[in-house]
Design a protein around this ligand. Structure first.
Ligand code: GDP
Ligand code: ZN
Length: 490
């Protein structure tokens, strides 16, 4: 099992595999220094019996068992307990590009190290008490963060946010348990339990759990992001909108209708939420096989998306062709049998610049309100939670689009999580819900005047679930599950 604490000294390339100027290899374990010294020769005059001091950097060469030079390196020694894993840690800073690091890693394995498994350095930091489980999870989240807001949230978790809040709740539960158990043991000698005070204490702990749970939505948005499918008939400006929104030129913009045949993806950050935009092929009935595959793909993308954005030509208004596309996705409306889209939807009326100018020669001036509603057929009125008017070519209306998307995704809670910037993940939320339920049962047992033993059973269940968040009480399978999702070298 991954979580069995062994005495091996482990080694791994801990920097990314793509080209960079430096690659780092990390060793951790009781033999880290002796193994490193088999593969390191200090620069300058070699002194017999030389040993590196902790937290210093040495220049030298990495060598294999035959003293062949593998790279010029920097050696960094961090002796226990002042290291990431709390064990002896040695790092080789090699030249980047993969070859040098791979050779040095091989030399270290030959010298007696074992290749580290994914997450094993962080697992050791956890097993050695350097990090609690919630902090360890934050490490993985920090490495995987796609936006600055996601990184900030992970950092707040790493700095003890979740674990700190939960250990407060655990401490309160433990105090209650001690009080109850004392009465089980020597009930004659102690004053009666103040039931109203006990209930107030339970409610206070529950309120803390509820506050932590309120961060879960924000956490999931920051970690997983949103998949947004952009649908609409050809030529309304879907690809242009994607380009304008992401400030990139990844999607193909062309004057010819129906050329966006594949689903194109773009990544952007909307208010800190990582958003994946899927620009789907123009949906329409087609005899062209390639195009029809595109149609199917956009239906699939819309069905899988968290949010669907339907784009129409805001100058032309809603057309029969739009109704046809609408029907291919929503059938006779949300909840109808032909409806493929499950998530919420926004309507974008693009080419607003043309509407504002009015048809050539008409002299008409239209409202420039970006939220002005578009006359819709009855069928579609209930589907879209908001209409945003944009001009992809003039990059107008994009901020309204940001706001509307975040509102639709429930992201305002991001700012409304009680001033805490950390957020619980799904595993933690699930355990918190269980502890909340146990406290609920405790309240019922107290209310029903059941014997004290029943109270302590519920309280213990709450404690156990809270302990799973911090990792104080956690099954090995849970640990395996958490750490196996880490990347190698972390
Ligand atoms: P798609 O087929 O829906 O992806 O549409 P495209 O993004 O390929 O755009 C079709 C045409 O409309 C192109 O010629 C774009 O330059 C033009 N277009 C896109 N957005 C706007 C806009 O906001 N205003 C104006 N005037 N033209 C636009
Ligand atoms: Zn397109």
């Amino acid at each position: 099992l991954l979580t069995t604490k062994d005495e091996d000294t482990i080694s791994s390339i801990i920097t990314g595999l793509s080209a960079g100027s430096v690659s780092i290899i990390r060793l951790s374990g009781t033999e880290a220094v002796p193994i490193a010294l088999k593969a390191f020769r200090p620069g300058g005059r070699y002194r017999l019996g030389w040993a590196p001091a902790s937290h210093r950097v040495y220049y030298g060469t990495a060598v294999d068992g035959d003293e062949a030079v593998l790279d010029e390196v920097l050696l960094l020694v961090m002796l226990s307990p002042r290291s990431y894993t709390a064990e002896d840690v040695v790092e080789f800073h090699c030249h980047g590009g993969g070859v040098c690091a791979a050779r040095v890693q091989r030399a270290l394995i030959e010298a007696g190290a074992r290749p580290a498994k994914p997450g094993e350095f962080t697992l050791r930091a956890f097993l050695n008490g350097r990090l609690d489980l919630a902090q360890a999870e934050s490490v993985s989240e920090l490495v995987g963060a796609r936006t600055a807001a996601a990184a900030d949230s992970a950092l707040a978790g790493l700095r003890g946010g979740v674990g700190g809040a939960v250990s407060d709740m655990r401490r309160q539960c433990l105090e209650l348990l001690a009080e109850l158990e004392a009465r089980l043991d020597f009930d004659e000698d102690l004053p009666l339990i103040d039931v109203p005070a006990l209930k107030a204490q339970i409610e206070a702990i529950q309120a803390g759990i509820e506050q932590a749970l309120r961060t879960a939505r924000a956490g999931s948005l920051l970690r997983r992001g949103l998949q947004v499918a952009i649908v609409g008939r050809p030529n309304v400006g879907k690809s242009s909108l994607l380009n304008a929104w992401t400030n990139s030129e990844r999607a193909i913009v062309t004057e010819i209708a129906g050329t966006t045949r594949d689903v194109l993806e773009a990544q952007l950050s909307v208010g800190g939420v990582p958003v994946t935009l899927l620009d789907t092929a123009g949906i329409r009935d087609s005899t062209d096989v390639v195009e029809r595959i595109g149609v199917e793909r956009s239906q699939a993308a819309a069905a899988a998306a968290d949010v669907v954005i339907m784009v129409v030509d805001g100058a032309e208004g809603w057309t029969d062709a739009d109704s046809e596309i609408y029907r291919s996705l929503w059938g006779d409306g949300p909840g109808s049998s032909g409806c493929r889209v499950r998530g919420p939807a926004l309507l974008v009326a693009n080419k607003d610049d043309l509407r504002a100018a009015g048809p050539a020669g008409s002299g008409a001036t239209a409202s420039t309100d970006e939220q002005a509603p578009l006359p819709l057929p009855v069928l579609a009125r209930e589907t879209f939670s908001a209409t945003v008017r944009t001009s992809a070519s003039r990059r107008k209306g994009l901020e309204s689009l940001d706001t509307a998307l975040l509102a639709l995704a429930g992201a305002p809670q991001l700012a409304d999580s009680g001033g805490v910037s950390w957020a619980v993940n799904e595993r933690q939320a699930e355990a918190l819900v269980r502890s909340h339920e146990a406290l609920m049962r405790l309240s019922e047992s107290v209310g029903a005047d059941l014997p004290l033993d029943f109270w302590t059973i519920d309280l213990r269940a709450a404690l156990l679930a809270l302990g799973e968040v911090s990792g104080d009480e956690v099954a090995e399978e849970v640990l395996d599950n958490v750490f196996s999702r880490f990347c190698i070298g972390k």
